[in-house]
Design a binder for this molecule. Structure first.
Ligand code: 13P
Length: 337
């Protein structure tokens, strides 16, 4: 294990520990403008900056959110945005005791030479962007790349994903941002849970190989894995117990205990499913903080309840708080439904 002697080393460890604190997890609200547009369209709203601002104001100002949420991942627009009543969003988060984070990747594009797979862009200029994001108040970063099981994954796609994550992680740490390492293994496909497990093992082996090669400080990163489940179109369904067994087996075989926190993505699971699966993983002590970094599984009901109507803001915030509290209990292994 390599310990970097970079100037931010202690701060990175502290930030990662704060985010990975008992009973708390991450609110992913870093939808790109395109993805945010899809979410807004689902409630009949236009994808304007004003609508995005109204929705994000609702999220960050939910009273008491910081009791359950330790970090919020923002899209670049939101890092520089104010609430509808003119407070900086970053300041609202800090007042709520929530660490602001920033999505730094530039999205997926086709990977030439692969089986119709993709790779994640964003390394060019990343060091200077990261320094600017730190100045603006961000203390952690996210880079999401994906691996597709139906399309392979090819050895090339896995290697590219792992290398990109490792370069990003090293650059983030150099600039004071705790990198969230997210190789999302997409749910799409008819494969069973054993195939997901096999692919995840390969992916995480490569990710840690390159993280080490790039001298990334393991104590100052967070992981954002997919849970190990059957493919979305598989005939098999897995109980929370089975998902927990497979996922913990994967983590134990691949993730060093130096890593402070494992913050799962929800990846299209229902809100309740994502909570139940997390709860099942926290029934006995783990070497890492096992928690959540959900977007859809925290926001779906909240967004629908809001529907773009000012009179529904309070009810929508209550819906968000309800999911946040449920996942907080699941992080502690105490969710009872
Ligand atoms: P979901 O929880 O909706 O999968 O999103 C999490 C995320 O931020 C994916 O990068």
């Amino acid at each position: 294990l390599t310990i970097r002697a970079g100037s931010y080393a202690d701060e990175l460890v502290k930030t990662a520990k704060t985010i990975a604190s008992p009973g708390r997890g991450i609110l992913a609200m870093d939808e790109s403008n395109a993805t945010c547009g899809k979410r807004l369209a689902s409630i009949g709203l236009e994808n304007t900056e004003a609508n995005r601002q109204a929705y994000r104001t609702l999220l960050v100002s939910a009273p008491g959110l910081g009791q359950f949420i330790s970090g919020a991942i923002l899209f670049e627009e939101t890092l520089y945005q104010s609430t509808v009543d003119g407070k900086k969003i970053v300041d609202v988060l800090v007042e709520q005791n929530i660490v602001p984070g920033i999505k730094v990747d530039k999205g997926l594009v086709p990977l030439a030479g692969s089986n119709d797979e993709s790779w994640c862009q964003g390394l060019d200029g990343l060091a200077s962007r990261s320094a600017a994001y730190y100045q603006q108040g961000a203390r952690f970063a996210k880079w999401r790349t994906v691996v597709s099981i139906p399309n392979g994954p090819s050895a090339l796609a896995v290697k590219e994903a792992a290398w990109g994550l490792a370069r990003y992680a090293a650059i983030s740490q150099d600039n004071g941002l705790v990198p969230i390492v997210e190789p999302e293994i997409l749910l799409d496909g008819e494969h069973g849970i054993d195939r997901t497990f096999e692919v995840a093992k390969k992916v995480w082996a490569e990710v840690f190989f390159y993280l080490a090669e790039n001298n990334v400080q393991f104590e100052g990163i967070l992981l954002k894995p997919s849970m190990v489940t059957p493919g979305a179109e598989s005939k098999d369904r897995a109980s929370p117990q089975k998902v927990a067994d497979y996922t913990l087996k994967l983590l134990h075989s691949r993730i060093p205990p130096a890593v402070p926190g494992i913050m799962f993505l929800s990846g299209g699971q229902s809100e309740v499913e994502a909570t139940l699966n997390l709860n099942a993983m926290n029934q006995s002590p783990n070497p890492w903080h096992v928690s959540f970094s959900y977007a859809r599984a925290l926001q779906n009901t909240c967004l629908k309840t809001w529907g773009g109507r000012p009179e529904n803001v309070k009810a929508a915030q209550d819906a968000l708080l309800f999911r946040a509290k449920s996942n907080s209990l699941a992080q502690l292994g105490k969710y009872t439904g």
